[in-house]
Design a protein around this ligand. Structure first.
Ligand code: UFG
Length: 353
């Protein structure tokens, strides 16, 4: 059984990926500081899968703790590194916290992996690295743009750090300075588009802290009566209905992609670094998401058009054909499945977590 370290494994995407890994026979160790999630998620994962992953409560930006953790789990075959802070607005207010939390932890994870001889990494990147692209859909070769906030910059810089680690390895190999049994670095940066939805069991899902920043939890909390009204940020964009367009992807499809990525790294021939867009390949406007929510759940949503949100891009969606070609992965679930599962999760939340 292959052991995989999943950092941030109690978070939204992390928990769904842990479920998928356990169901596919992987042995999972979760490392999480629980700063934006709850330890009880582990019990929910166990309820779904019948397997309880180990949870190590650890701040990975604490170098000593992080290296100790990797020493303890030096038999791990691979790492999936989700752990990071991800709120755009918060990152503007607290840039140093974002750089320290997201970049220090990456550096220490890499150092821990290097020392443990575990050099297979799946990294959570984001479509935010593309900014507002000139041509749509975006491929992995679409040029990255300067980041619009510290959070987005941590994703961009993290990709650069990973590329440098791989270059360092390749240079060492060329010069013959590596030990004979040095395992090659294999790194996949997965650029997520907009993950929404929840596990069909409604036992795990997104648990935003306080007032949600993102569209889907705001919709479900409004429908549940926790928020009075959803504000649609702008209807004067150059899109068919005037509201911004994103590529929404079901979190379970995203979880599947991580297993496909793990299998890909084990295939002969791959070493170094590669990038994959993980999106459904369709763009939906904010109003289309609202319509899907009302259609799939039968709930009426209270919303009003408000002004644009600062820093929002107009439209983006993915060309995900590279992931299909090389990973054999494709997003399968519809927008209605996404909005309905998000609602079922919201309903289940009133029953405690
Ligand atoms: N939106 C509203 N009202 C809201 C919230 C959002 O109209 O209350 C609109 C936004 O204007 C945008 C769309 O819904 O057009 C999606 O917004 P999100 O906040 O859900 O997601 P973003 O596309 O803005 O992406 C942000 C970050 C990404 C990150 C993603 C998920 O920029 O880097 O959230 O956390 F990956």
């Amino acid at each position: 059984m292959k052991k995989v370290i999943v950092t941030g494994g109690t978070g939204f995407i992390g928990s769904h990926t842990v479920v998928e890994l356990l169901q596919r026979g992987y042995d999972v160790v979760v490392a999480d500081d629980l700063s934006n999630s709850k330890a009880s998620v582990i019990d929910r994962i166990a309820e779904i899968t019948g397997e309880k992953p180990i949870l190590e409560i650890i701040d990975l930006s604490d170098r000593t703790a992080c290296l100790r953790f990797f020493k303890m789990h030096s038999d791990a075959d691979a790492v999936i590194h989700f752990a990071a802070a991800k709120a755009v607005g918060e990152s503007v207010l607290h840039p140093l916290h974002y750089y320290r939390n997201n970049l220090d932890s990456l550096l220490y994870v890499l150092e821990g992996m290097e020392k443990a001889g575990c050099r297979k990494l799946v990294y959570s990147s984001s479509c935010t690295v593309y900014g507002q692209p000139e041509h749509l859909p975006v491929t992995e070769d679409t040029p990255r743009q300067p980041a619009t906030c510290p959070y987005a910059n941590t994703k961009r810089v993290s990709e650069d750090i990973l590329a440098d680690v791989v270059h360092g390895y390749e240079a060492g190999k060329q010069k013959g300075t590596l030990e004979a049994d040095y395992k090659p670095w294999k790194i996949l940066a997965l650029r997520y588009f907009n993950p929404i939805g929840a596990h069909p069991s409604a036992l795990i899902g997104e648990l935003p802290n306080g007032v949600p920043n993102n569209l889907m939890p705001y919709i479900t909390q409004t429908a549940a009566g926790l928020r009075p009204c959803l504000q649609v940020f702008g209807d004067d964009y150059d899109t068919p209905d005037g509201t911004p367009i994103r590529d929404y992807i079901h979190v379970c499809d995203l979880a599947d992609a991580h297993v496909a990525a793990m299998e890909y790294m084990d295939k002969g021939g791959f070493e170094g670094m590669d990038y994959f867009n993980l999106g459904a390949g369709h763009g939906y406007s904010v109003l289309e998401v609202i319509q899907s929510f009302e259609r799939s759940t039968g709930q009426k949503l209270n919303y009003k058009i408000a002004g644009r949100r600062e820093g929002d891009i107009e439209q983006i969606w993915a060309d995900a054909s590279k992931a299909n070609r090389l990973l054999g992965w494709k997003a399968k679930r519809s927008l209605d499945e996404m909005t309905l599962s998000a609602w079922k999760w919201q309903e289940s939340l009133s029953k405690t977590i």
